[in-house]
Design a protein around this ligand. Structure first.
Ligand code: 5GP
Length: 187
């Protein structure tokens, strides 16, 4: 449970259950700490209201996703409740080579793949203040179908159980506080 020994250009992964507020924390990091580079993933899911293509995600179809896998262009990828998500390899490698701190926001499967591939990666788990709060956030979002919500809740339980696999656990009780703590860990 330590970030000791981190050097500039090291990779940090932020993971945690759906609904915990990873997106909001990442948004705050981007806004307040522009020296930290945040990877933009590719996904086969469609954009939610307010999401900006190329900024929130690169929204692509399944065939293009297959292509990226076949060409080895994804550093990691995972199927998350029936949709696929992946991290484009080249931008991450470029950032690490240039010495700039890089941050990935990915699911548990992805975090495990990265831990296996790049052992020096710092793994940070974002936890909700409580399970009830997570359920409230997931069911109150309104943008997902009932089926999607229950799939995400099932996945969230599995993800919560994996918290001990991470180097650091941050509780998302205050977005600005968490963004600041995360920036400190990354730098
Ligand atoms: P959402 O649909 O809520 O934006 O994301 C669903 C899940 O996919 C979240 O847990 C998010 O962290 C994860 N995710 C986003 N991008 C990636 C990625 O590039 N790779 C992996 N493995 N998971 C991702």
């Amino acid at each position: 449970m330590s970030s000791a020994g981190q050097s500039p250009g090291r990779l940090t992964v932020l993971s945690g259950p759906s609904g915990v507020g990873k997106g909001t924390v990442i948004e705050a990091v981007r806004r307040k700490y522009p020296d930290i580079w945040v990877s933009v993933s590719v996904t086969t899911r469609s954009a939610r209201a307010g999401e900006i293509p190329g900024q929130t995600y690169h929204f692509i179809d399944g065939l293009d996703f297959d292509d990226l896998i076949a060409r080895g262009e994804l550093l990691e990828w995972a199927d998350y409740t029936g949709r696929r998500y992946g991290t484009p390899r080249v931008p991450v490698e470029q950032m690490l080579a240039s010495g700039r701190p890089a941050l990935l926001e990915i699911d548990l499967d992805g975090a495990r793949q990265i831990r296996h591939e790049l052992r020096k990666t710092q793994l940070v788990f974002l936890a909700p203040p409580s399970w009830d709060e997570l359920v409230r956030r997931l069911t109150g979002r309104g943008s997902d179908s009932a089926e999607q919500v229950s799939a995400r809740l099932a996945k969230a339980r599995e993800e919560m159980d994996a918290a001990p696999e991470f180097d650091v656990v941050l509780v998302n009780d205050d977005v600005d506080r968490v963004a600041k703590a995360l920036a400190k860990l990354i730098r």
